[in-house]
Ligand binder design. Structure first.
Ligand SMILES: [Zn+2]
Length: 449
């Protein structure tokens, strides 16, 4: 019997994931030219975009040339939709009858955008996810539970197929309610699951309070893959999830119109690898547009899905903000790491009282303080000419007695981590909104008066 080498046991694709950087960049440029030519030849939308910029696919010879290629924003995709070929519009690069999957974006930032995929694209989705699940230790011996509503949002659909591709056994927890899902996990001794951080914490609450089940003690989930919100890359939220479930919690990033483009590996390097064999990511300075190569400097993610064909994603301005990590990851992958995952949205990073604030910094503080519930809400308003920021929190019932000490700790930490003073509003336990999918805890009301 052959013993698998250490390498084949660590990587989904040992050759690609350890490719020397120079060859990885060559591969990306080659694939970029190919997908740009495809879009230029097959879609009116892209051809017009490139012709107006005076660019042909043959003009792209290096990564530097890529930054000349016009960017596509979500609003542009919204504008072409519901037109011919209905309902996708003229960014579609395949005959309509080749489309096998319909999905749409969640619409948290406006009208939803439709996303067509061919069967080849769907297999590509599963391959993106296979890299990430394998990197997070999913193997044939895992029984994976998916506690999510299978519907028009892509969410964990591709995670489901990829878990099968990797060889896991998959349990679809679709229309079950939270209690039934927890009981099914217990009954089947599921070993892994995928959910948003908000739901991971919400499930644990329900398990303890309604069922008397302690997830860490009574359940066998040992790996959790998160998506949809930044929580699993925020150290205090990650720690809270890991302790509650007695499991390793891993982050991943993806989007309907992009694909699953980044993942945390079992080394948990404090950041996410970009799947650079399937995506090209460039970080662009938010103010100057300059491409950022050095670590530690924040920029906006401009991303290309290198192999997606039905409605290509080329030079997409994701509005997500990230920074390159200083150190290569100990896992040996040459895929670059973004430090701390997505650190904000270009639209959300906002100036309050003259200070730049990323809402995730407030989450980091609230979730690091023992005695507060997982829920909170931030409301920014204007009082006269001055910005006013209110943080709504809840105490855990058993911690009410330590109220003053907790409040002092909270105010100190907020001042230290965000350089801002807040009005703190204490709300009764369980009264702030609970979210099952994407939480909306940051409300900036200044623009709307
Ligand atoms: Zn790694």
């Amino acid at each position: 019997m052959k013993t698998p080498s250490k390498k084949t046991d660590v990587y989904w694709n040992p050759i690609i994931e350890t490719l020397p950087l120079e060859r990885l960049r060559e591969l990306q440029v080659r694939k970029f030219k190919k997908i740009m030519k495809w879009a230029y030849d097959k879609s009116k939308f892209h051809r017009k975009l490139y012709q107006e910029a005076g660019l042909k696919p043959g003009d792209i010879k290096s990564l530097k040339d890529v930054s000349k290629v016009p960017k596509v924003e979500k609003a542009m995709m919204r504008d072409i939709q519901r037109k011919d070929p209905f309902p996708y519009g003229d960014a579609l690069c395949v005959p309509l009858e080749e489309v096998t999957e319909f999905r749409q974006t969640s619409g948290t930032t406006g009208t939803p955008v439709y996303q067509p995929d061919t069967w080849q694209d769907w297999e590509w989705w599963a391959e993106c996810w296979a890299y990430l699940l394998y990197a997070q230790g999913y193997r044939k011996t895992d029984r994976v539970f998916l506690p999510f509503g299978y519907n028009i949002f892509v969410a964990f659909w591709a995670g489901h197929y990829a878990a099968e591709k990797v060889g896991c056994e998959v349990v679809p927890g679709g229309v079950l309610d939270t209690e039934a899902r927890i009981l099914k996990i217990q009954e089947l001794r599921a070993t892994a699951m995928m959910a948003t951080p908000t739901y991971v914490l919400g499930m644990a609450d329900t398990a303890r309070k309604k069922l008397g089940i302690d997830p860490a003690r009574d359940l066998t989930i040992r790996k959790i893959t998160c998506a949809g919100e930044p929580g699993a890359s925020i150290p205090s939220t990650k720690k809270r999830m890991e302790e509650t479930w007695g499991a390793k919690v891993y982050d991943h990033v993806g989007a309907t119109e992009i694909g699953a483009w980044g993942f945390e590996c079992t080394e948990q390097p404090g950041g996410l690898h970009i799947n650079e064999a399937m995506f090209l990511v460039q970080l662009e300075d938010i103010e100057t547009g300059e491409i950022i190569e050095e670590p530690g400097r924040k920029g906006k993610i401009i991303i290309t899905a290198l192999d997606r064909i039905a409605q290509p994603c080329i030079q997409f301005d994701s509005k997500d903000v990230a920074q390159w990590s200083k150190e290569p990851c100990p896992c040996g992958r040459t895929f670059r790491v973004i430090q701390g995952g997505i650190v904000g949205r270009a639209d959300d990073i906002t100036k309050i009282k003259g200070v730049l604030l990323a809402p995730s910094a407030i989450e980091e503080v609230v979730r690091s303080i023992k005695g507060l519930s997982n829920e909170f809400e931030v409301v920014v308003t204007k009082k006269g000419d001055l910005d006013d920021i209110t943080l709504k929190i809840e105490f855990l019932p058993e911690e009410e007695k330590n109220r003053e000490a907790i409040l002092t700790q909270l105010k100190d930490q907020l001042r230290l981590k965000t350089n801002l003073g807040y009005n703190i509003e204490v709300h009764p336990f369980n009264s702030l909104p609970r979210y099952e999918v994407k939480a909306k805890r940051f409300k900036d009301l200044r623009k709307h008066g």
